[in-house]
Design a protein around this ligand. Structure first.
Ligand code: FMN
Length: 184
């Protein structure tokens, strides 16, 4: 009998804890990122862990080689893509269940002052109506994601797109969590 009562108490306490302890998983938040050389990837992974969001890498169907990334060569793949505002380089995978996400943090390296064309492919591949999409980026020196935000608003007119932020690669998880908190 005593054992039964003890078991019942453990069960009740367990159920109470299950409902009382808040989950740290933001199941309706996605961190999607493109990264050619790893800087944005590091920041995106830190952000997703810090806020408990799902993570999705925007992987190009055809990976960018070092030559592709040469901005000094106006015939390199990145230069050609970025010179054409309608360029939409193909992405290898799709996000499954995009409908369930209400908030999307979208990360990328700044290329030519804005988001790389493959980010435009991503944004125009889904119905993002009524979602919030927050840009974040790494860059050599460009200080903000404002130019990218202006373009993303045009590509996703029924999506709320704040200006977002540019981060140094060594931004801490705590700093990212505080920043992201505004939209969570
Ligand atoms: C094609 C190309 C264009 C770039 N244009 C800019 C730019 O306009 N401003 C800037 O500050 N950095 C620029 N960069 C530097 C990247 O934004 C920076 O190295 C970034 O951290 C790379 O991120 P990733 O490692 O995630 O690809 C450019 C890099 C490449 C490859």
């Amino acid at each position: 009998m005593k054992k039964l009562i003890l078991l019942a108490i453990i069960l009740v306490v367990g159920i109470c804890l299950f409902f009382l302890i808040p989950s740290h998983k933001n199941s309706n938040t996605l961190v999607a990122y493109f990264s050619a050389t790893g800087n944005t990837k590091a920041v995106a992974e830190r952000l997703a862990t810090a806020i408990g969001a799902d993570l999705f890498e925007i992987k190009p169907e055809q990976l960018y080689t070092t030559e592709d990334l040469n901005w000094r060569d106006d015939k390199s793949r990145s230069s050609v893509e970025m010179a054409n505002k309608d360029s939409r380089p193909a992405i290898a995978d799709k996000v499954t269940g995009m409908e369930k996400y209400k908030t999307i943090f979208i990360g990328f390296p700044i290329w030519w002052g804005r988001e790389p064309s493959i980010v435009d492919t991503f944004v125009t591949s889904y119905d993002l109506v009524d979602k919030t999409m927050i840009p974040f980026a790494t860059s050599g020196s460009t200080p903000s994601t404002e130019e990218a935000a202006i373009r993303l608003r045009l590509l996703a007119p029924n999506t709320s797109v704040p200006n977002g932020a540019r981060f140094p690669v060594d931004v801490t998880a705590e700093e990212l969590k505080t920043w992201a908190g505004e939209w969570l």
